[in-house]
Design a binder for this molecule. Structure first.
Ligand SMILES: [Zn+2]
Length: 408
């Protein structure tokens, strides 16, 4: 009911289904045309076969992935016009695919570059909203490779300077470098002083981070989805918590929404420390809480999307929303990510739940939340009433809707 077949005969989620992209790094959301232009101008050390050779967009580990990221980004020297164009182009593209909401992230950096970047991103958001109706907000992230002092500096900066559309604070980067607890102070500043929601990457690569996440965040930031406070807490990826039933149950009890990024998880390998876990081992050490490993490692990262733990998370009652992560590097977009969940074994009846969770856990004012939820409910009632809409929530129509061929 929510999916049909694409031109290759693969199941594709319908354009009309309202969608939300809750985890996307905007600096790697370039479309293929922009990438080719960057190759021509020598702005990237990657070649055009990065797009055409399938293996180039699979990464043995996170550092190889970061290397590709830097190779694409470093010499690009994006201008305000370039960055606002990337934001607008990506948001408009996903709006045509049915997206009604996105939370896009940009990393904090010191100095005046950050000010113009935030203004450019906000301009892209406003333009896409004007043209398509898509709503978007910004997550400012900080890189773990730069340490916790830099994270605190970022949070303090956001407490002092208010940027348009910034509603959340996040953390990215090497999860093995240090301890999640080290960032407790930065989350406290971001939540209490800057008034932001929290959306860090958690246990994407290394499960012990999930324990730090549960214990280091301000307690009031957990279990938030039903409060009138518009701020929300989400966990980016959290894929490796599938090793422990107790850890997954802890996420469910605390009502922590996971941003699942299936293509990204499929394309980036795991570190040796995580690969070495066996049933009976313990996650966490020293003074940390400890969780027993009672489930085998799923090898979803090895081109086996069907092994992604998303169905396990859903069964345990963890709210899930979806993200495209780095669309250029992982050859994806949010519509594809909704379709990937079908390959991972999700029942198509649950597809709309991803959008419902996204809106419930969006870092957005409650009035806009209600409007967006109205679009989800409207679609649901049209489906239930057997009168499916022929356009997306924001009125975009696709040629396939006009096809009368029976195999449509
Ligand atoms: Zn990410």
């Amino acid at each position: 009911m929510y999916a049909d077949l694409d031109e290759n005969g693969k199941k594709r989620v319908k354009y009309e289904l309202p969608k939300a992209d809750m985890h996307v790094h905007i600096s790697m959301a370039w479309d293929d045309g922009r990438f080719i232009r960057a190759v021509k101008k020598g702005y990237t050390t990657l070649g055009p076969d990065f797009l055409t050779n399938r293996d180039n967009r699979y990464f043995a580990n996170l550092s190889e992935h970061h290397f590709a990221y830097e190779a694409a980004r470093k010499k690009a020297q994006l201008t305000p016009v370039g960055l606002s164009d990337i934001v607008q182009t990506y948001l408009q593209k996903i709006a045509q695919q049915g997206a009604i909401y996105a939370e896009i992230s940009n990393s904090f950096r010191s100095g005046s570059d950050f000010d113009w970047q935030m203004e450019a991103i906000a301009a892209g958001i406003d333009a896409a909203n004007h043209n398509t109706g898509i709503e978007s907000r910004i997550v400012v992230t900080t890189l773990r490779d730069h340490g916790h002092e830099q994270a605190e500096k970022a949070a303090q900066h956001l407490a002092k300077v208010k940027y348009r559309h910034v509603t959340a604070f996040g953390l990215v980067g090497n999860e093995e470098k240090d301890d999640f607890y080290n960032y407790a102070k930065s989350f406290k500043i971001a939540y209490n002083d800057a008034g932001l929601g929290l959306a860090p990457h958690v246990a994407e690569q290394y499960p012990a981070n999930a324990i730090g996440f549960l214990d280091a965040l301000p307690k009031e930031a957990l279990n938030q989805s039903h409060t009138t406070d518009p701020r929300r807490t989400r966990a980016g990826h959290a894929t490796t918590i599938h090793l422990s039933s107790d850890l997954m149950n802890e996420f469910a009890q605390n009502n922590i929404c996971i941003e699942s990024c299936i293509s990204s998880n499929n394309r980036i390998g795991l570190p040796q420390r995580t690969l070495n876990y066996n049933i009976g081992d313990v996650i966490g050490s020293g003074a940390d809480r400890q969780f027993a490993v009672d489930r085998p490692l799923s090898t979803y990262f090895n081109d086996k999307i069907e092994q992604h733990p998303i169905t396990e998370f859903i069964q345990r009652g963890i709210p899930i929303c979806l993200g495209s992560d780095n669309p250029l590097l992982q050859n994806t977009n949010i519509s594809k990510e909704y379709s990937q969940t079908l390959r991972a074994g999700v029942d198509q009846k649950l597809l709309l739940t991803f959008t419902e969770n996204a809106i419930k856990f969006a870092n957005i004012d409650n009035e806009t939340r209600q409007t967006l939820m109205g679009k989800v409910k409207e679609y649901e009632s049209r489906i239930k009433g057997n009168s499916p809409p022929s356009a997306t929530s924001n009125g975009y129509v696709h040629a396939s809707n006009f096809l009368t061929h029976p195999n449509r």
